[in-house]
Design a protein around this ligand. Structure first.
Ligand SMILES: *Cc1c(COP(=O)(O)O)cnc(C)c1O
Length: 398
């Protein structure tokens, strides 16, 4: 691909590491590499550093530092929250409620637990991807031990009514977990007023490093360990701390929550211009997700008569990075479970394109996509017999 300028619009898959974050991390790979569990000076420094990162994460969520546990990322945090609550509370009941549009880290964990004898209710969503709080309340039984609903969807960007769902969970004395991996830095979170008992986050979705995340566990919530071993993380999550990663997570979350409205204004303006341009110039295109209750940087549009995969290859050829479905389903031909849950027919779900904008995108990037995308769609449609037939029929109807 040579020196072609890359336009990266896949921030929901991962982000670059902010220079300030990388700079903060470097010393903890070199001079300050001590094991936080050891007792000499450089180890005590390491311990102090881990604790200040813990305070940074706590502050961003409105939690207490002792409620934050470091993990290897979003997937581990989701697994721990769900399996940990299920294992520790199985005498109280075997019922778990989640939604049909969760990330696979939640969905596949729930499917695993079904094989272990738990019952899982997968709540439906409306055409915009919203969970209805009344549906949640109706699904709760005396056997329900956990509700897990994501804060914001990674494919279509829909933001769920977390405060309302949390209030229902609390009223019925059921633990409430939210996968907030996509939400950090994009929406304001306050675990106390939103009645959140457990919350998952991952640094590489907000300009931090990959392979480090955290689980917030409200004080008093009982859950079993997922990783057994040494006494790190108050005996709840074994393994020598990912020191540099934890420093990076702390710095990244501090920066991510410093100016959420400013970040959103900037990213939303670019996203809206991209969306308006695409919908104006490309026929048979439709926005997926909610028109307003969505992440500011999320663009997800279905183009009839074409394959999302082919679109991605042509865009890649032009140096534009996007995605279709979620990262995990790319490479397989099954349509997105999220779009299907929103009621979209499988044919249209195949032709979806997700572009997720971030901090470093510019107006020039948007111009370039607005120049390239209509040509790519036209080229693919010209090769599609489905499109030829459909447009012929249209002609007869006029
Ligand atoms: C990326 C993502 C995850 C997984 O996080 P990792 O740190 O990559 O394991 C979980 N949930 C959502 C909503 C995500 O977007």
């Amino acid at each position: 691909m040579g020196d072609q300028h890359i336009i990266y619009m896949d921030h929901a898959a991962t982000t670059y590491v902010r220079p300030e974050v990388l700079e903060a991390m470097i010393p903890y790979h070199t001079g300050h590499f001590g094991n936080p569990s050891s007792i000499y000076g450089i180890a005590r420094d390491a311990k102090k550093t881990v604790e200040s990162a813990r305070a940074q994460v706590a502050k961003a969520l409105g939690a207490l530092p002792e409620e934050i546990y470091f993990t290897s990322g979003g997937s581990e945090s989701d697994n721990w929250a769900i399996k940990g609550i299920a294992t520790a509370n199985r005498k109280k009941g075997l019922h778990i409620i989640t939604s049909s549009i969760e990330h696979h880290a939640v969905l596949n964990t729930c499917e695993f637990l079904e094989k272990e004898g738990f019952q899982v209710t997968y709540l439906p969503v409306d055409e915009f991807g919203l969970v209805n709080p009344d549906d949640l309340e109706k699904a709760i039984t005396s056997e329900t031990i956990l509700i897990s609903i994501m804060y914001a969807n990674n494919e279509i960007g829909t933001i769920e009514p977390i405060g309302e769902l949390g209030a229902i969970a609390r009223k019925h004395h059921v633990y409430f977990h939210t996968d907030a991996v996509q939400a950090i830095g994009n929406v304001g979170i306050d675990v106390r007023s939103q009645n959140i008992d457990l919350l998952s986050l991952s640094a590489h979705k907000f300009y931090g490093p990959k392979g480090v995340g955290a689980l917030y566990i409200r004080k008093g919530v009982k859950l079993a360990n997922l990783i057994h071993g040494g006494g790190q993380e108050h005996g709840k999550r074994a393994g020598t701390e990912n020191l540099a990663g934890i420093v990076g997570l702390g710095k990244a979350i501090d920066l991510a929550v410093a100016d959420i409205p400013g970040h959103n204004v900037k990213v939303r303006a670019m996203r809206d211009r991209l969306l308006d341009g695409v919908l104006r110039t490309i026929p048979h295109a439709k926005l997926n997700g909610h028109p307003e209750k969505r992440l500011a940087g999320n663009f997800n549009v279905s183009f009839d008569f074409i394959e999302g995969e082919s679109m991605l290859l042509w865009l890649d050829d032009e140096g534009i990075c996007g995605s279709t479905g979620s990262a995990c389903t790319s490479g397989s031909l099954s349509p997105s479970h999220v779009l299907l849950a929103c009621g979209m027919p499988a044919e249209s779900a195949h032709g979806s394109l997700r572009l997720t904008l971030g901090d470093e995108n510019t107006a020039d990037d948007v111009d370039r996509v607005l120049d390239v995308l209509p040509k790519v769609v036209a080229k693919l449609r010209n090769m599609s017999p489905l499109f030829q037939n459909a447009t012929k029929e249209e002609e007869y109807h006029v």
